[in-house]
Design a protein around this ligand. Sequence first.
Ligand code: GUE
Length: 287
Amino acid sequence: MGTVMLGTEVAKAMKERLIQRTEALKERGTEPKLAILRVGARPDDLSYERGAKKRMELTGIGCQVVELPEDVSQRELEESLKSLNRDSSVHGILVLRPLPRHLDEEPLTRIIDPVKDVDCMSPVNIAKIFSGDASGYAPCTPEAVMEMLDHYGIDPKGKKVTVIGRSMVVGKPLAMLLLGRHATVTICHTRTADLAATCRDAEILVAAAGKAKMVGASMAGEGAVVVDVGINMDPEGNLCGDVDFEAVEPKASFTSPVPRGVGSVTTSVLAQHVVRAAETLSGQKRV
Ligand SMILES: Nc1nc(=O)c2c([nH]1)NC[C@@H]1CN(c3ccc(C(=O)N[C@@H](CCC(=O)O)C(=O)O)cc3)C=[N+]21
């Protein structure tokens, strides 16, 4: 029986540090604030927004929601983002994605101020993550995986790590963050020849494929660390991960569940990025 890695433990450890930084900002006259830009009302967006608002409140960070109608025009959406860029009371901007199909995300990635881009939409931040420039912001979910590994004392250095999934939101940035910590990273995807063997060979396995319970016991090595990043709905409509937790947990040394795993750390990383942006924008850069 290994250790179950709970997001609440990680979030609790991060919270105290974040409150101190937020208080220090307020003492110097800066009220850190996140703006969430939402188009329409997708259940996934609303769920994340609720968690983000609650987390900001717990850490003393302001949170403003800008809700635009589902049929908003591209021009209006871009104008809305530009006004958040210009608003000096806003330090972090989160554009909930994916956007409705009639909208083009690409121009937004170039409009958003990279210093306020706390969820890594901008090519500037993507390039920084690629080049290992710590002044950039990684997407919150991959950074939540790193926070979880650190909290449980799992050092990726020199470890064989397999990441299932190569999305720009999780798989690819996560591989870069792991590489930055000297892991030996293999990225698996739909064209990988022998997925099960590649997963079994990993000392740390991260599932970010978006396929409910695709990782069974035959895909986890004995004593491996298994991190589940999946956010799926099972046939009964409950949130579930990419990992079959019951089958894998008995073999693994550490396992993160869904819900109550990485997902519940993501908003703490978001809060950390807003605080860092406020420190940068108010000239109170941390040493
Ligand atoms: N730019 C952008 N970045 C995102 O990161 C992003 C997004 N847009 N759009 C929506 C999706 C969805 N998403 C979730 C993350 C965590 C939980 C989460 O906290 N899940 C809890 C359970 C919550 C529950 O039970 O409802 C858990 O895993 O323990 C949910 C949803 C991030 N998203």
